[in-house]
Each structure stands twice: as structure tokens, then as C-alpha cells.
Design a protein around this ligand. Structure first.
Ligand code: MN
Length: 280
């Protein structure tokens, strides 16, 4: 039976400074309560005023126990890491980085030709058994992300399966769906989702009816229980990132760029950083 999810909570993104003074719109952040399990953090690059001066970015910093997912709409992000990887994430590209047991990396956003940088970083948790796994990258170019267009909806499938289209990002522990959905005024979108999955939508352009609740950008919507997501665009187009994933149901201890299961594991991460054994 179809059971369309209603909106449980609407989150107002808050401006925060991160890295070397980068302004971000943050919707969720890692907390011991782990309310959005398996999702930990969602940041929106929001420094779109060229008068703000040069973007200083995120100089070398560590991660352990999580996956970071960068998705760029405009501008780009130059990155390099302690394993010797380097590259540029451009418009439409995604980088899904499994930090696992430890990585040190640098992320430097750059404005596009129109002076704008627009994009998102999502953090997905790793289950205890994979927190110390080998770091892994899945870098996916704009052209390899499948797009499905139907009845006024345009859906880019970054991860998961929609209308038998498979997103290029695979073998992620949370079995997530991550979509970029653009809807014309007057269109409808629906997606079956597993009952047990946490489902969030980040509405960053326009407005629409999510479940039975009208929501205007910019907001993060947390869906309640059900096996179906339904969105309707009435008199306005709407665009949002949709994420669904299986909760791990494990305790978490977040500390800055680390998310582990115990305090001892956080202390270990700090000790490893100090004595130079963080990256194996
Ligand atoms: Mn990072």
C-alpha cells in the first residue's frame, strides 16, 4: 500500500564560518543524538558575492569515520590529498570520498565565470565495521550522471536507482539515494523509498508542496514515515537535492572532522594525528 510521507520538520539553514573563513549555509551537523542517521552534515556553499573577496577555502585537514560527498552546480573545487590524489570538481560533477581510517585533504572552491560558486557537501556516516577501512574515491563527471526527464521533472541520479537508472556512485554502506531534482511549475514527482530509510530534501530554488506541506527555498525538509515521497510544483518551479539512506542505529561520537563510535576512538584519532600515524 502506498503511504506518502509527510514533513516531520523544516530546518532553517544557519550561516556558519568554516575552514579558513568560508561562509556556509549549514542545515544539519554531526551530533551525538544522530537524528538524521545515516546523514551527518549538509553544507551549502553560499559565498556568492564577489565583493567578499578571494575564497580562502579549506586548507589541509583530516577526516576519519565518514564519507564526504561534494556536488558542484557552479564554479569548481580544487582538491588534493595525503594519498597523492588531486583534481578539480567542476559544474555537475560529484566526488564521493570515503575517508575510512584516515585522510588529510585540501578543498579550495573557485568562482565560475559568472563569479558564483554554488554546491553542496553532504557527510554520510560509516558503520563501525567500516570506519577504519581504506580511503576510497568515486569521482564522477557531469556527463556520466544519468538524467531522467518525465512530465516536467528532470532528475539527475547521483546514487541509487530511479526508474531503473542506476547512479554511478556504488557500494556505499548506507545504500543511499542522492538525487538532484528540478521540477517545472505544474509538475509532480514521486519516488518509492524503503520504510526504514531516513529521507531529507534540501530545497534551494523555488517552492513546492512536499507531502502535504508547502515549502519555499532555502530549507531542509525532514520526512516522516512512509514508503513514498511525493512533491508537487504548483505555480512555481522548484529544485531540491533528495537524499535517502538506511540508518545504522549505532552510537556516534563526533569531534570536528571525525565521527567515531566511542570517545576512545576520537582520542585515538587525535593521538594518531599527533604522532604522524593518522594516514596509513
Ligand atoms: Mn574535508
Amino acid at each position: 500500500m502506498k503511504n506518502v510521507r509527510t514533513v516531520k520538520e523544516i530546518i532553517e539553514p544557519q550561516y556558519v564560518m568554516e575552514g579558513a573563513g568560508v561562509l556556509l549555509r549549514r542545515s544539519i551537523a554531526p551530533q551525538v543524538t544522530n537524528r538524521f542517521d545515516p546523514f551527518l552534515l549538509f553544507d551549502h556553499f553560499a559565498f556568492n558575492d564577489p565583493a567578499e573577496g578571494p575564497i580562502r577555502g579549506f586548507p589541509m585537514h583530516p577526516h576519519r569515520g565518514i564519507e564526504t560527498v561534494s556536488y558542484i552546480l557552479k564554479g569548481s573545487v580544487n582538491h588534493r590529498d595525503s594519498l597523492g590524489n588531486a583534481g578539480i570538481i567542476g559544474p555537475g560533477d560529484v566526488q564521493w570520498m570515503t575517508a575510512g581510517g584516515g585522510i588529510l585533504h585540501e578543498e579550495m572552491p573557485r568562482r565560475g565565470p559568472d563569479g558564483i560558486i554554488d554546491g553542496f557537501q553532504l557527510w554520510v556516516n560509516l558503520p563501525a565495521a567500516q570506519k577504519m577501512s581504506r580511503p576510497r574515491y568515486q569521482e564522477v563527471g557531469d556527463e556520466t550522471i544519468p538524467v531522467f526527464e518525465k512530465d516536467g521533472c528532470r532528475v539527475r541520479v547521483v546514487a541509487g536507482t530511479v526508474n531503473s537508472l542506476h547512479g554511478p556512485v556504488t557500494e556505499i554502506a548506507a545504500n543511499p539515494v542522492y538525487l538532484d531534482v528540478t521540477m517545472e511549475a505544474g509538475s509532480k514527482f514521486s519516488l518509492p523509498v524503503p520504510e526504514e530509510h531516513t529521507v531529507l530534501a534540501y530545497i534551494f530554488d523555488g517552492k513546492g508542496i512536499f507531502g502535504d506541506t508547502a515549502v519555499a527555498s532555502v530549507k531542509m525538509v525532514v520526512f516522516g514515515e512512509g514508503n513514498q515521497i511525493g512533491v508537487q510544483a504548483d505555480d512555481s518551479p522548484v529544485r531540491f537535492m533528495l537524499m535517502a539512506g538506511a540508518p545504522f542505529g549505532e552510537p556516534i561520537v563526533p569531534y570536528g572532522p571525525f565521527v567515531m563510535n566511542t570517545r576512545e576512538e576520537i582520542q585515538q584519532a587525535l593521538a594518531d594525528l599527533k604522532d604522524g600515524t593518522f594516514v596509513r
